[in-house]
Design a protein around this ligand. Structure first.
Ligand SMILES: Nc1ncnc2c1ncn2[C@@H]1O[C@H](COP(=O)(O)OP(=O)(O)OP(=O)(O)O)[C@@H](O)[C@H]1O
Ligand SMILES: [Mg+2]
Length: 243
């Protein structure tokens, strides 16, 4: 069974109006557990829309989304939020962390929804902050940290929560290349331990470090590196692409 399955999914904003946008225009996609996937495309191509749907932050206008084989589109907001807190961690540029909570409290927050007792929440949060080498900032507020440090806190939160899926929207976008590389390397470490990582970027260099790249344009998947070297039977018979 696939971890993630989109079947002919549409996300249409302002449907039927003059300013209608087909942000996702019939997307079919399968992602298996343990993959490290980059979704790449220019600004406005539909990357964040796709992540919002994959991350159960939004539901599609049409089409089917199966997560762990279960249909997502029929779920209530409450069920979606429950699903997110059990299954998915997010790194979202800019509005990652809750400003009024200390760094360690941010890391521990999703565990609250998992009904983990406070002492264990704090212990796991501090251990994760240690792993991303930022434990000295545990008692600080997020605004007192640099952008790269805040991204690392978000990764620590994913580690501590032990979510099976990590979704990151431009996690290295605002970072210098060295800090960006650190963040990417932490994501690779999580993936090596079994976390499925879905990374959104407009940067080809970052995307190249994923195991699989999916290119989005105008709400369509125009290329998937999985397709490379795979001929559909009709093409193979006709000798297309010179196999
Ligand atoms: N809430 C909304 N209402 C109307 N249109 C929207 C809404 N959100 C996104 N769009 C439109 O949908 C399209 C896809 O937007 P999306 O945010 O997914 O792009 P993106 O690939 O993430 O771009 P970027 O790289 O700039 O973040 C764009 O044309 C955008 O203007
Ligand atoms: Mg975006």
């Amino acid at each position: 069974m696939s971890l993630i399955e989109l079947k002919d999914v549409y996300k249409i904003y302002n449907e039927g109006q003059e300013n209608q946008v087909n942000a996702l225009d019939g997307v079919t996609l399968t992602i298996n557990s343990g993959e490290f996937v980059a979704i790449i495309g220019t600004s406005g191509s539909g990357k964040s829309t796709m992540m919002n749907i994959l991350g159960c932050l939004d539901i599609s206008t049409r089409g089917e989304y199966l997560l762990d084989g279960n249909p997502v589109s029929q779920k209530s907001e409450r069920e979606l939020s429950e699903l997110r807190s059990r299954r998915i961690s997010f790194i979202i540029q800019g509005y990652n962390l809750i400003p009024s909570l200390k760094v360690w409290e941010n890391v521990a927050l999703p565990m609250t929804y998992q009904h983990i007792p406070l002492a264990e929440r704090k212990e796991r949060a501090l251990a994760a902050l240690e792993e991303v080498e930022i434990s000295s900032k545990a008692e600080n507020k997020p605004s007192q940290l640099s952008g790269g440090q805040q991204q690392r806190v978000a990764i620590a939160r994913a580690m501590a929560t032990r979510s099976p899926i990590l979704m990151a929207d431009e996690p290295t976008g605002a970072l210098d290349s060295k800090t960006g590389a650190q963040v990417l390397s932490l994501m690779r470490q999580l993936n090596a331990k079994g976390t499925t990582v879905i990374l959104i970027t407009h940067d080809n260099g970052i995307a190249a470090q994923a195991d699989r790249t999916i290119r989005v344009m105008d709400g369509h998947i125009v290329h998937d590196s999985l397709w490379d070297g795979i001929l559909v039977p009709a093409e193979a018979a006709a000798g297309v692409k010179g196999a």
